[in-house]
Design a protein. Structure first.
Length: 494
């Protein structure tokens, strides 16, 4: 192709050739991903410095662009789909998910109303209900697809705010003479609680963090005490966020006890099941769903545990009309494209433009089926327990939290020469712990810098611990064993 010959699109035959080239590139990337560094070790700004500072004036052939992807972009990526990427929750990139994304791109619809895309609206409704059934939620729960759980909790708390202080939607917090509203979440809960409070005008300081027990689950007794104290001090308890699968440890809060407290104080109960709720598709994990039917809202991220590519998060609300009442607003320029008898998903959130996210989920769920996803989740749990067994055998390491789902938190504890053996009074216990903290952090940083694997670290009870998250379908026992040997070798070297 010498250059664009018209103001139209790429010629069909040329586009077909480019698609075949891209298909080969995608297949090669997935097949050879294990040969890549998991993460780059470049200094900040290195990639930007290698790219042209001025925007292009003339066209470039696709081959040149794809070549630069290989030369500049791929080496500068953290490859979340790499089998040795063991950070966060393990990423759920799969071949069916990639195919679903490819199908979605050329359709490029805006799923804001039923009329603007009937198939997108109705498929979203179907997929949401499939997930509802897998989560064992009763039919009165309706859902809507957002990008992430952070957006979901903000919408849920907006509804809770409106029900606690009617007319805030129209008049604002001051105009509605609203009391100071309080939100409660465990000290292990996600920071999206504070972000939602900031966005909703409730104030970051009004998110109260509740202590956790030895399993890092919310202490229901401490929750009750804090709410009682806030009522006495003339605050208005608004909502509790109970987590099923916390970010650091995948711990599970005692939802049935929290339900009783929320009913007693007439509070909204939101369940953050972004990670953990997906495990409810396993019959042996149905205990996770205890109390869910009594919640007001629950969020699940299929892009964390149900093998859907980022981003795909579903917020369920008991009686979805509660959500629509807060957010529906139809401007005149959309009046002709709304059909009142049909669901218009733009009415259930702040977004007007909405991607056709349901299509990729539909492709994946049909490609794997519940049994296929369950088998892969079971393997993830098996690998986590196996890794925990290895830690228990090596006396230099210890588990830092109970192993839950696909997450393992562990800590290097010694023996280390020069720590704690310098004589009485020379090294305080706090100093020893600080040195061990630094060593744990250094182990993670050195492994990540090597490009051979990728871990994360977190803080538990003020102490630094290493953490792995399993969930990638490409990660096998062989990969996990290689990562464990790297961890042990790095600890020995330090």
């Amino acid at each position: 192709m010498k250059g664009p010959e018209s103001l139209g699109d790429t010629a069909p035959e040329e586009f077909r050739r480019q698609l075949h080239e891209l298909a080969d590139w995608i297949a090669d990337y997935r097949e050879q991903i294990e040969k890549l560094r998991v993460a780059p070790n470049d200094k900040p700004g290195a990639i930007l410095a290698a790219l042209p500072a001025q925007p292009p004036e003339e066209w470039e052939p696709f081959e040149n662009i794809l070549s630069d992807v290989d030369r500049l972009i791929v080496p500068g990526m953290v490859h979340w789909g790499h089998p040795m990427f063991l950070g966060y929750f393990g990423w759920t990139a799969t071949a069916p998910g990639i195919l679903g994304e490819i199908i979605t791109a050329p359709l490029n619809v805006n799923a804001m109303t039923w009329r603007t895309s009937p198939a997108a609206t109705e498929l979203e409704t179907l997929v949401i209900d499939w997930i509802r059934q897998w989560m064992h939620l009763p039919p009165e729960f309706g859902g809507v697809v957002y990008d992430t759980a952070s957006v979901g909790v903000m919408h849920a708390l907006a509804v809770a705010r409106e029900e606690a202080a009617p007319s805030v939607r129209k008049r604002g917090l001051v105009g509605a003479s609203a009391a100071v509203l309080r939100i409660y979440a465990s000290e292990q809960a996600h920071s999206s609680a504070e972000k939602a409070a900031i966005a909703l005008g409730l104030g970051e300081e009004n998110v109260q963090r509740i202590p956790t027990d030895t399993a890092f689950s919310m202490d229901a007794g401490a929750l009750r005490e804090m709410i009682t104290r806030d009522v006495r001090d003339h605050f208005k308890p608004l909502a509790v966020i109970a987590t099923v699968g916390t970010t650091s440890t995948a711990s599970v809060d005692p939802v049935p006890e929290i339900v009783r407290i929320c009913r007693e104080f007439k509070m909204w109960l939101h369940i953050d099941g972004a990670y953990g709720a997906g495990f409810a598709i396993l019959p042996e994990c149905q205990w996770l769903t205890a109390g869910w039917s009594q919640a007001d809202s629950i969020v699940v991220n299929p892009h964390k545990s149900l093998f859907v590519p980022l981003d795909f998060s579903v917020l369920y609300v008991r009686d979805l009309e509660r959500l629509r009442r807060v957010f529906t607003l139809v401007p005149e320029y959309l009046r002709g494209d709304t059909v009142e008898a049909q669901k218009n998903y733009m009415d259930y959130g702040i977004q007007l433009g909405r991607r056709f996210r349901a299509l990729k989920a539909w492709v994946i769920f049909r490609s794997f089926g519940r049994e296929g996803m369950a088998a892969r989740l079971r393997e993830c749990v098996r690998l986590a327990k196996l890794f925990a067994d290895w830690i228990k055998i090596d006396k230099r390491f210890e588990l830092a939290a109970p192993v839950s789902m696909g997450v393992v938190c562990f800590r290097f504890v010694g023996p280390v020469a020069g720590i704690g053996d310098a004589g009485p009074g020379s090294t305080t216990p706090a100093t020893v712990a600080d040195k061990i903290d630094n060593l744990n952090s250094e182990i993670v940083e050195r492994i990540n810098a090597s490009g051979r694997a990728y871990l994360t670290q977190t803080k538990l009870r003020g102490r630094t611990v290493a953490r792995i998250g399993l969930g990638n379908v490409l990660t096998t026992e062989q990969h996990l064993r290689a990562a464990w040997e790297m961890i042990r070798e790095t600890a020995k070297a330090l």
